[in-house]
Design a protein around this ligand. Structure first.
Ligand code: DGJ
Length: 736
């Protein structure tokens, strides 16, 4: 449907959302059209003209009148654009471009230039909330085309953006760069919030003002790609956004392998964001008619601060991305830190009884249960040989599953199916399945190597490891999928073109996960990578939860979980109570309750009151977990800025909530001196606040009979009475 805009005399093609029909627009006139991708609060507006480049003319909080977008460019009096491409929706290189390109190619005839011009676009309404815009671009000289896709989620203000690249040239085309998205933002200044880390130090935030030039966030690790840096980031416009104020974009690549995000402040002072697979060591040879699909770049924007942005992203994840995001989860007892590799059937039988005694849903058997020729008694041997170790488990996994059933609990198991120890039968039988250089010495990461998932035989093997377990043990309830090594020695004995290695590895991994999910659609699986080395929304389509970090020291966890919570919902965060650190059991359990609760402790060694506390806390958790998993999360008091950290979850009806409070500064006299303002309540409702998770023998100074209006709690606040004698306080809030 095409409308004349009386003001500008330009053609506006309106969103099909309004009309519930699919539109194919191919303007006959040489006039520019605006194509708004609109969500509830925001708009990304493209401008196109037949046979001209497609540019981005607006990104941000949407205007009341979509007709006015075409007037946006004229409002800016910045320096001239020599290229005509600075705000390109997908910047090609080798023609007029002078800045960072989104795509770079060598054509079949050896020519390096690319020009991409608008041909048509199409808007499809997938359902009431989701729309898909596709924009077809073609090179006027070469038979080369790119289709840009923008999938928008109206209510959540989220956009996923990706492309397909295709050609019909007389020979192969080399793609040197093939980004997923190219954004263009206008503001006075840009503040980047990025993350760095290492093992047990995941999600360390850093904020800086972007200066002119390019700041790159990337990974070249192959697997465990987030170990040093994840692809999640925030960009605040004009000033650093706070929890409740400021304009902020959250971005992330939905990809588990090497990524590259370039943030370029150009000479006009605008911000160009170019995100995609890292082209490092990966020029891609594209055959005629082959379609290359990039992973999706995900983003949301809010002009109401970080809290609003993350609630949108969390809600999007639960509704559309995370496997079984609206479903349930199993509480568990894990044996990793309780036994490490040192266990046998009788020890496990005791742990199964402890699982029941503790009151959690499942026992999770970790690393060390497999391999015979080179038994897995440490991390130097056995990986790849997925047969039960006969000495430790003479009666196999099936007897453990039965043992669990006898104790009325479920049974889950650890796997690391992408990896191999050189000391293993698998390595001996199939050296060609292993990623290693043919003529160079091997380099190991945690004494292990990565299997070559670009090879279909290896894909079958990895699928088979999972499938065999489920076939033999149909009652197996859970998988913890680990991935401890990065890719050293990148080389595939299977691939002819080594430049495709990193990409084919990921394609292989996703094929395996697809196959597993086709056969076992909902079995819960934890995404683990020696901690949080692999947490991303491409992987989370196949996993119900992730392991944020091996660092379970609860004070550290308050900070780590806080940062993950900007991007991931609580239901996806596996938090275990362990013996790391010196905090009392109550503090450790309270922190682990802010997500999916698990335990990794020796239950039989717990002092009587600690055990009683845990048992009661698990029961309480079972009653409040729907609020934590599906409610809206509000970060009330930031541990990096205050002595008390406070996080709140409220149900949709605003009738119930849970508030977690922790002392994070041990200096003399520190505590909750001021009331903490609650958020997300109904100002006119009356609420009661009760302290929960009390340690046996202690009482609460909080009067559970008092009532407060939502107005009072949000404007004055509530004092949880956190101090050195009460370092961890959990409150339950209910409509009175
Ligand atoms: C790394 C994981 O993060 C741990 O939880 C544990 O499963 C070990 N691997 C086992 O090797």
């Amino acid at each position: 449907m095409i409308f004349k805009n009386p003001l500008t005399k330009k053609l506006i093609v309106f969103s099909a959302l309004l009309f519930g029909q699919q539109i194919f627009a191919d303007p006959l006139f040489a006039q520019s059209i605006t194509i708004p991708v609109q969500t509830q609060n925001n708009a990304l507006v493209l401008q196109a003209e037949k046979n001209k480049e497609v540019s981005i003319i607006f990104f941000g909080k949407k205007l009341a009148d979509a007709n006015e977008y075409s007037q946006v460019p004229a409002a800016y009096k910045q320096t001239g654009d020599y290229t005509g491409l600075l705000n390109s929706a997908y910047t090609p290189s080798g023609s007029r471009n002078l800045v960072e390109p989104a795509i770079t190619v060598t054509h079949a005839d050896g020519n390096n230039s690319l020009d991409l011009r608008y041909i048509s676009h199409q808007l499809t309404k997938i359902n009431d909330n989701v729309s898909l815009l596709s924009v077809l671009l073609k090179d006027p000289v070469y038979n080369f085309e790119v289709t840009l896709y923008y999938k928008s989620y109206f209510k959540e203000d989220v956009i996923e953006q990706w492309n397909t690249i295709k050609h019909t040239e007389k020979g192969n085309v080399i793609l040197h760069k093939y980004s997923s998205a190219n954004l263009h933002l206008k503001a006075g200044s840009y503040y980047l919030n990025q993350y760095h880390g290492d093992w047990a130090k995941e999600m360390q935030p850093e904020e800086s003002k972007l200066t002119h030039g390019i700041k790159t966030l990337d990974s070249k690790l192959g697997t465990r790609a987030n170990l040093f840096q994840p692809s999640v980031f925030m960009i605040s416009l004009n000033k650093p956004a706070t929890e409740d104020e400021g304009s902020v974009l959250y971005g992330s690549l939905e990809y588990s392998g090497n990524f590259k995000i370039d943030l370029e402040v150009d000479y006009q002072d605008n911000l160009r964001i170019i995100a995609g697979i890292n082209n490092y060591a990966s020029p891609y040879t594209l055959k005629p008619n082959e379609e290359f699909t990039t992973p999706a770049f995900l983003y949301t924007f809010s002009d109401k601060g970080k809290g609003d942005a993350s609630r949108k992203l969390q809600s999007w994840a639960r509704n559309y991305k995370l496997l079984d995001g609206k479903g349930s989860r199993l509480t568990l007892l894990n044996n990793w830190e309780a036994t490490y590799f040192d266990f046998n059937e009788s020890k496990l039988a005791e742990l199964l009884k402890d699982t029941k005694k503790l009151g959690v849903d499942m026992f999770l058997l970790d690393d060390g249960w497999f391999a015979n020729k080179y038994p897995r008694n440490g991390d130097h041997a056995g990986l790849g040989d997925w047969q039960e170790n006969k000495q430790k488990l003479p009666n196999g996994i099936s007897s453990l599953v039965k043992g669990a059933q006898a104790n009325d609990v479920k049974f889950g198991i650890w796997l690391e199916p992408e990896m191999v120890n050189p000391k293993s039968e698998l390595y001996e039988k199939h050296p060609d399945w292993v990623i290693k250089q043919p003529k160079r010495e091997e380099h190991y990461f945690r004494n292990q190597l990565v299997l070559d998932l670009s090879n279909p035989k290896v894909q079958n093997f990895v699928f088979g490891v999972v499938d065999d377990l489920f076939t033999k043990n149909p009652d197996l309830a859970y998988i913890k999928w680990d991935c401890n090594a990065v890719i050293f020695n990148a080389y595939s004995a299977h691939l002819k073109n080594q430049s495709h290695f990193y990409i084919e590895y990921m394609r292989g991994l996703y094929k395996v996960l697809e196959k597993i999910r086709a056969k076992y659609p909902k079995v819960p699986m934890m995404l683990c990578s020696g901690g949080g080395g692999r947490v991303d929304y491409a992987a989370l389509q196949y996993f119900t939860e992730f392991w944020p970090s091996d660092n379970t020291e609860p004070l550290e966890r308050v900070f780590i979980q806080w940062e993950y919570s900007y991007f991931y919902p609580a239901i996806s965060s596996s938090n275990h109570v362990t013996d790391w650190g010196k905090q009392p059991i109550k503090f450790r359990t309270d922190v682990a309750m802010m997500g999916k609760l698990g335990f990794d402790i020796v239950v039989s060694k717990l002092p009587e009151n600690d055990l009683k506390f845990c048992q009661a806390a698990i029961q309480k958790y079972n009653s409040v977990k729907p609020i934590i998993w599906q409610g809206d999360q509000y970060r009330l008091s930031n541990p990096r800025e205050n002595s008390v950290a406070s996080v709140m979850y409220v149900n949709e009806a605003k009738t119930s909530g849970v508030i977690f409070n922790y002392l994070v500064n041990n200096r003399y006299g520190e505590g909750s001196k001021n009331p903490i303002r609650l958020k997300g309540l109904d100002p006119s409702k009356k609420y009661k606040i009760t302290e929960i998770n009390l340690y046996p023998g202690t009482s609460s100074p909080i009067d559970a009979n008092k009532t407060y209006t939502g107005d009072f709690l949000m404007n004055i606040g509530f004092n949880p009475d956190v101090n050195s004698g009460r370092t961890s306080v959990v409150l339950q809030l209910d409509e009175a």
